[in-house]
Structure formats: structure tokens, C-alpha cells
Design a protein around this ligand. Structure first.
Ligand code: PLP
Length: 404
């Protein structure tokens, strides 16, 4: 009997190894992947090929906002799959109209362009800002200021917009027209503003750069200068948006309304979508044939997105996010090895005293806990509907790892 069980276990291991080998043989090695084959979702966590359950403190990378295969979400998605998976953007669909109007109603923006990802949403924002300026002031007013520690995507243009020097490598020539201001440095901002600047682009809380919130003073100076000089503000809320910080948009934490906001990650609960939202100034800048996307605003993603918006609008949902965030942060701070925590809502960074974030994460995966890094910090983006037991369970594993 014991031998049979052992053989079965071995078989399962071989199966996982086979999948990994097959994968590595055929897929470009652009990610440092862990040796885990995720087979299916299970509530807010997931299960690997060998039947082990994982607590998921990453929810993809902040994408599975309602966990895995949430009942109401998957019902809506499946209903749409059976009705119509796609049609060209040369025609209208009710689901896209419904999703766009709901998103405008919640956020107060005037119009949306739908893309498929965060980088694409940002590409749209950059094109929009340059065209706004071109239409009003001519060709030369085209510079965009971004911040030194920012991350805006992996396409050539959004890599160029990304302010972290380490991303400006290999793929020369990069796209011209970006200037980088030191994060939270008002003097540097004032120095770099000139008559050729058409937009300032920023994350309210820098995600990939290390879960670093922008300071209120810095933000208020940005908005003041932009208002005075008709420079557009572009908030990249790809990571911070859709309830992640306890508000629908992170901008609400600061009482600010950028001209443009971009969204992606959690917007459709794990289906690919990106959105560029423009206020009344920006609503009609991109006219016919100036921008497009074959798959942008896919009906299935819109159905998933509507389910996410409905859930976030249920009474008390976002308050719960804030409460759980407080609880989560306190639990982290009770661990000796954790030096400090940063972020807002369920977007949390943790600075370690002595251990390396990468080593900790690898060990957590072995012990069935999925987390992320951001710079030298641990980063937590759990599903927004995670429950207290799951938080406790994951933190217990993390604590064990940090005390090893
Ligand atoms: N902007 C921010 C703030 C992000 O965190 C990311 C992804 O991590 C992106 C843009 C790029 O999004 P995507 O990977 O969907 O293109």
C-alpha cells in the first residue's frame, strides 16, 4: 500500500517535470518562473498539479481581484462566451456600452478607450496627451515628464516612459520625449518643467518600483503646475485602481482628479483588458483612425469587468478592503524580521531587516504561499475578497519562513 502511494506521488512529480520541460523547450525564457505548475483555482487560492493548495497573496499580479473563478463572475463570463466571444470594433456591442458607461459613472470620467493591457492603456494615454498638445500648441510641445522610480509597461514606448534606469537597456533606440523627475522632489520637478512639456505621468503609489506612495505636497504641486500651464496629468492606476487601495481609484485617497487615468490588472478579474479614461478635455482628442486595437474591449473581458464593478459597488465592500488591509499590515508588523510596511489598502510592501526578498519568496512557494516582490521588498496584492482566515494562514507561513 505504502509503495503504491509512493509510486503515485513519483508519477505526479514526473508529470509536473514533464510539463515544465515541455514549457521551457517551447516558450521564450523571459520570466524567472518557480517550479510549480498551477492547475486550477480554489476560491481565493489555487491548487498545483500535485494537488497541493496555495494561499495566494499575489492574485496573479493583482489581476484576480475576486480570486479564482468566483461564481457570479464566472457565470457572467460564461454567459457571454456562449453568446458572442468577439466582434470587430467597427460594430457596436451592448456589453461594451454597458461596461463603458458603468466605468464612467463610477469614476466620473467622460470617455474611455479600451485596450488589452496596462502597457497598451498607457500607450493610449501618451498618444492622447501628445495629440491634445499638438492640436492646441503645435508639434514641439510633446515632452512627457515621468518619475525616476516609475514603471509603465514593457512596450518600447512605455519602457521609455518608465523612469527606472535599469529598464533602458538592450532595445535601443528608445522612444524620445520623456524626462525623468526624481520621485517626490519638488525642486527637480520645477527645474524640468518647460514650454515643451505636454503631460506629467505618475503612479499614486509606485508599484513595481517598491510600493512607494507619492507625497501629498509633491502631488499638489504637480496638479497646480499642470492646471496653470494646461499640461495634462496622467495617472497610471494600472496597479492601484479598481479597489486595490480601498477606494475605487487611488486618486480618491488624495482628492485629486487627473485628466487621464489608465486601468488594467484587476479591471476584469483576470481577463485581459486595459482602459484609458479621459475627462471632458480629453474625451474627443483621439478621433477616427488615430488609434485602435483589434481585441480592445473584448466582450468576454467586458462581462468579467461588469461582474467586478458590481461586486466593488456592493455595500461595504471597499470598507472591508480597508479593514482587512489594516489587519494584514498589523500582522506583518508583528513579525520581527519585518522592518516596515508601506502602501495603501491591499497594496502592501514590506521591507525586511536582514533577509533577501527573492529568497523569502522562493521558500514561501515551497511552503505553499504565493507572494511577489517589488525592488528589495515583499509585495502583497491579495484578492480583494480574501478572508481573515486566509490572511492568518498565509501570514503564519510567511512568519515561519522569516524565522527560519
Ligand atoms: N503600469 C503599472 C503601474 C504596472 O504596475 C504595470 C504592470 O505591472 C503596467 C503598467 C504594465 O501592465 P501590463 O503588464 O498589463 O502591460
Amino acid at each position: 500500500m505504502k509503495e503504491r502511494v509512493l509510486n503515485l506521488l513519483k508519477e505526479k512529480e514526473v508529470k509536473a517535470k514533464e510539463i515544465i520541460d515541455k514549457f521551457n523547450k517551447h516558450v521564450m525564457p523571459t520570466y524567472g518562473r518557480y517550479d510549480v505548475v498551477i492547475k486550477k483555482g480554489e476560491g481565493r487560492g489555487c491548487v498545483d498539479d500535485e494537488g497541493n493548495s496555495y494561499v495566494d497573496f499575489g492574485s496573479g499580479i493583482g489581476t484576480n481581484s475576486l480570486g479564482y473563478c468566483d461564481k457570479k463572475w464566472s457565470d457572467k463570463v460564461c454567459e457571454q462566451v456562449r453568446k458572442m466571444q468577439h466582434t470587430s470594433n467597427y460594430y457596436y456591442t451592448k456589453i461594451q456600452a454597458d461596461f463603458a458607461s458603468k466605468l464612467c459613472e463610477i469614476t466620473g470620467y467622460s470617455k474611455i478607450f479600451f485596450a488589452n493591457s496596462g502597457a497598451e492603456a498607457n500607450e493610449c494615454a501618451i498618444k492622447l496627451a501628445r495629440k491634445y498638445s499638438f492640436d492646441k500648441y503645435g508639434k514641439n510641445r510633446n515632452k512627457i515628464i515621468t518619475l525616476t522610480n516609475s514603471f509603465h509597461g514593457r512596450t518600447l514606448c512605455t519602457l521609455s516612459a518608465t523612469g527606472q534606469e535599469s529598464f533602458h537597456n538592450f532595445f535601443f533606440p528608445f522612444v524620445e520625449g520623456f524626462k525623468y523627475v526624481k520621485t517626490n522632489d519638488i525642486d527637480d520637478l520645477k527645474d524640468k518643467i518647460d514650454d515643451n512639456v505636454c503631460a506629467i505621468m505618475f503612479e499614486f503609489i509606485q508599484g513595481e518600483g517598491g510600493v512607494i506612495p507619492l507625497e501629498e505636497d509633491f502631488l499638489h504641486v504637480i496638479f497646480k503646475i499642470c492646471e496653470e500651464k494646461d499640461i495634462l496629468t496622467i495617472a497610471d492606476e494600472v496597479q492601484t485602481g479598481i479597489g486595490r487601495t480601498g477606494k475605487f481609484l487611488a486618486s480618491e485617497n488624495f482628492n485629486l482628479k487627473p485628466n487621464i487615468t489608465t486601468l488594467a490588472k484587476g479591471l476584469a478579474g483576470g481577463l485581459p483588458i486595459g482602459a484609458c479614461l479621459g475627462d471632458e478635455k480629453c474625451a474627443n482628442v483621439l478621433g477616427k483612425s488615430t488609434h485602435g486595437s483589434t481585441f480592445g474591449g473584448n466582450p468576454i473581458s467586458c462581462a468579467g469587468g461588469l461582474a467586478v464593478l458590481e461586486r466593488l459597488q456592493t455595500k461595504g465592500f471597499l470598507n472591508e478592503v480597508e479593514k482587512k488591509a489594516k489587519y494584514f499590515k498589523q500582522k506583518l508588523l508583528n513579525i520581527k524580521e519585518i522592518d516596515s510596511v508601506s502602501g495603501k489598502g491591499l497594496m502592501i510592501g514590506a521591507k525586511l531587516k536582514t533577509k533577501k526578498a527573492g529568497d523569502v519568496i522562493a521558500r514561501c512557494v515551497e511552503k505553499r504561499l504565493l507572494i511577489l516582490t517589488a525592488g528589495d521588498k515583499l509585495r502583497f496584492l491579495p484578492p480583494l475578497n480574501i478572508d481573515y482566515n486566509e490572511i492568518d494562514k498565509g501570514i503564519e507561513i510567511l512568519k515561519e519562513v522569516l524565522e527560519e
